[in-house]
Design a protein around this ligand. Structure first.
Ligand code: MN
Ligand code: MN
Length: 462
């Protein structure tokens, strides 16, 4: 054997598919990302993501899950968990006792939430107090246009949906910051304190309500606008879930348009790609369950996060229909924890270990483990399962790469993987590399987005 040939046989290097000669793939990826961008604009919160997904599921023939029914192979159902998380199932032709396939992503993203008593006035300016949600770098959230999304209830319990700052002509909101001319003291702060938590105040207005002698007349005017528009009062904010999110829309990035830039791609990129794989999956061999979870960004907590039992309960309902104990199903099941990877950024090369990083245009990132400080807090997939998944990807010509979250001891993170693995399911993280993850404008490569769709589709029919 020639030395060159031998080297090719012995060495391993993931392939970069970002080549102009990959015309077909580039075209397919660009076309796929058109509806993806639309979805990102429709789904800036977990609740909006659930609605946007149900619209697409119902158009594809999915119906609400009814546990009293006995579903047949090919049947397609969804279960809405409190409007903030979603489960779908396509019943397989093989008995459920053989195990199921689960794809689990999350649909919450880091953001700035309103406090429960948010409104205040100072020096004739009205503001909202906020409490940020998830891992944000607070200084990045100042001085960008923000939109207000969420739900409230009127005094009589009637629900209302709020969305301001998305339609053309809508006002937007912002968090102010210092001008460089006066920032000498602030400039000495450490970056995480560039803007402090209690400085993330949302600018709301400045016009005073006109009437008799009145204190807090700007706040009064804001409340009056809210009452006239929505029929709500200050007390109604107590139960509100209002999220301030970047007002910008998803866009192509780069002269070659090879990227998608948008808010909330962690993890709506995996939610969307696994959703489309589910929708396009007809008559699978193995029953396919796709989960879209809330609260991943703050530890998968609460009854809409995946540390809750709603996923195993749903699988138990499916198992009951075929008279199988759920634990017999779970121990034979496989899960792709569909979450993003930290794409190698050459500008900040220091924090990555290049050989084990994921790169844009090299396909889906496969994380055997996540966690921090010696794999702490991760589910660490088995050799057998890593082998099964990578063979499955290879057999379907899906570009993929192994990935670790930065250098050892540089930081770390987690996903929903350990919560699914906890139920005795083989689980591994598979997702899309993201540049500037968790910032207001995250960047993915279209080829990788499309690779994720192909990966979840291959898993669905495996
Ligand atoms: Mn994520
Ligand atoms: Mn995240």
């Amino acid at each position: 054997m020639e030395t060159k040939e031998l080297k090719e046989k012995l060495f391993y290097e993931p392939e970069n598919v970002g080549k102009a000669s990959n015309e077909e793939q580039l075209k397919a990826a660009a076309a796929f990302c058109e509806d993806y961008k639309q979805f990102l604009d429709e789904a800036k919160t977990e609740r909006e993501a659930v609605s946007a997904m149900i619209r697409r599921l119902e158009a594809a023939g999915y119906v609400p899950f009814d546990p009293s029914k006995k579903y047949q192979p090919g049947d397609r159902v969804y279960k809405n968990n409190r409007g903030k998380a979603l489960l779908t199932a396509v019943i397989g032709t093989e008995p459920i006792a053989n195990g199921i396939h689960i794809a689990a992503s999350h649909i919450d993203s880091p953001r700035v939430d309103l406090k429960q008593r948010p409104l205040y006035e100072t020096e004739n300016l009205a503001f909202f107090k906020t409490h940020y949600y998830g891992g944000i770098r607070k200084y990045q959230w100042g001085t960008i246009p923000l939109a207000m999304h969420g739900v409230m209830q009127r005094a009589n319990g009637e629900p209302i949906t709020i969305c301001i700052g998305e339609k053309a002509g809508d006002p937007v909101f912002c968090i102010t910051d210092l001008l460089p001319h006066l920032s000498r003291t602030q400039d000495q702060r450490k970056l995480p304190e560039g803007l402090k938590g209690e400085e993330l105040n949302i600018l709301l207005g400045s016009i005073a309500y006109t009437g008799e002698d009145l204190s807090e007349s700007v706040k009064m005017n804001i409340l009056n606008i809210l009452f006239e528009t929505y029929g709500i009062t200050e007390k109604d904010f107590v139960s509100a879930e209002i999220e301030m999110v970047p007002a910008h829309r998803a866009a192509d990035v780069g002269l070659d348009r090879s990227f998608v830039g948008a808010y909330g791609q962690d993890d709506r990129v995996c939610a969307y790609t696994s959703l489309m794989a589910t929708i396009h999956c007809t008559n699978p061999k193995t029953t396919l369950v796709t989960a879209f979870a809330d609260k991943e960004e703050i530890g998968s907590v609460g009854n809409t996060g995946l540390s809750s039992s709603y996923l195993p309960y749903f699988i138990e309902d499916l198992a009951d229909m075929q008279g199988v104990p759920v634990r017999r199903v779970l121990e034979k099941s496989k899960c792709l924890s569909a979450d993003v990877g930290a794409a190698y950024d050459p500008t900040f090369a220091d924090v990555y270990e290049k050989q084990n990083s994921c790169f844009v245009n090299c396909g889906v990132s496969v994380n055997k483990f996540t966690g921090s400080r010696g794999k702490g807090g991760t589910s660490d997939a088995s050799a057998e399962f890593v082998g099964w998944v990578t063979r499955m990807l290879d057999e379907n010509n899906v570009p993929w790469q192994m990935c670790e979250l930065g250098k050892v001891d540089q930081g770390g993170g987690g996903t929903v993987a350990l919560y699914v693995a906890h139920h005795d399911v083989d689980t591994i993280d598979v997702g899309v590399p993201v540049l500037s993850m968790h910032v207001p404008f995250e960047v993915t490569a279209k080829l990788d987005v499309y690779a994720a769709y192909c990966a979840f589709s291959a898993f669905a029919k495996a």
